[in-house]
Design a protein around this ligand. Sequence first.
Ligand code: GDP
Ligand code: MN
Length: 395
Amino acid sequence: MNLHEYQAKSLLSEFGVEVPPNLLLKQASAKQVATALPASESGRWVVKAQVHSGARGKAGGVLLAESADEIVQAADALIGTRLVTEQAGSAGLPVNSVLVEPAVTIEREFYLALMVDRALQRVVMIASPEGGMDIEVVAESRPEAIFRAIINPTLGLGAYQARQLAFALGLDGRQVNAFASLALKLYRAFVGRDAALIEINPLAQVADGELVVVDAKISLDDNAGYRQTEWWQHRDVTQEDPAERKAIEHGLNYVSLEGNIACMVNGAGLAMATMDLIQQAGGMPANFLDVGGGTSAAKVTEAFKLILENERVEAILVNIFGGIVRCDLIAEGIIEAAREVELDVPTVVRLVGTNAEQGRQMLGDSGLALIAEDDLAAAAERAVTLANSNREVSQ
Ligand code: GDP
Ligand code: MN
């Protein structure tokens, strides 16, 4: 679950992290600005679109204002629009609120983050003097400018590790202490709130050498939702993909992708392999969908409805291995769903395993335009061919 910047800053301040004073606006209200605007030494304020995405600055989602009137104008220009960022996809994300903060004069921008390194099975703190930009770009072009501290889960982040990072960033004596104190608080927040990611980008150095948390991004671990209920109540579903949200409700593991061939598979590994085969055959998957090992006819029906809501879908590839589940039950679900949604998208079905023969028979007898294939590579190729010809027809 992702938090908005204003939520992330509030979470961090609970752990003693100093964040700039701010004002959250849900509508461009002159009255609210007049009464609650934080003072700004620079005489300027930043007005920042609150969406679940980075790269808002480049997308026009971070505006400067020099007066209360300009703040209202900027808020007005952002609230109610959709912000299209490099990370958010072409549909963009709805801007329902903006965060107003005093603008600071930035001398240097650092990057500072905590995340789980799956390969190391550790939380790592990552710091770089190349802040303000995409860390992925820095990792490609200047890997030597990225410093890491691997954190022992029993001991936690050591103060010495935080200081080492500070020295690596080229900070001076006073800053080293401020940085180390910030790093330790961030780590406490990370563990205390079951975060998957905390990212401060940029951590800005301002004129007097002080370090300011200009931006904050936090992702909480979905698996720990049950014990972070307070934050889960603040979850903003307007920022989430509606199909992915619906999938969660039905216990399906679904991720929207950009292609036109939908797939429905039982098992995450098999789903990955199926997507690879689609690509190998020259196609692009429209989604990742794992209906789970022990799936049911009802779940298959929901899964079908879900993938058909995506208008890009021009062919469907169903790949079910009946190990735990029986293929005849899956066939029943497919048939039920196809009837219910009046399936008009060419659908290739590969069923193998328990009662596969019976399942295929049921699909064949259904009178529906379902194409049975035994071989997975052939099934993928068939789906790609059908998607291509479907596209030509519809163009
Ligand atoms: P992001 O683009 O979504 O990561 O949003 P940020 O909050 O990081 O803002 C983007 C960029 O705007 C930052 O990297 C800064 O360069 C700039 N920016 C944001 N706040 C301030 C500020 O108070 N003063 C100045 N000078 N620049 C700012
Ligand atoms: Mn940022």
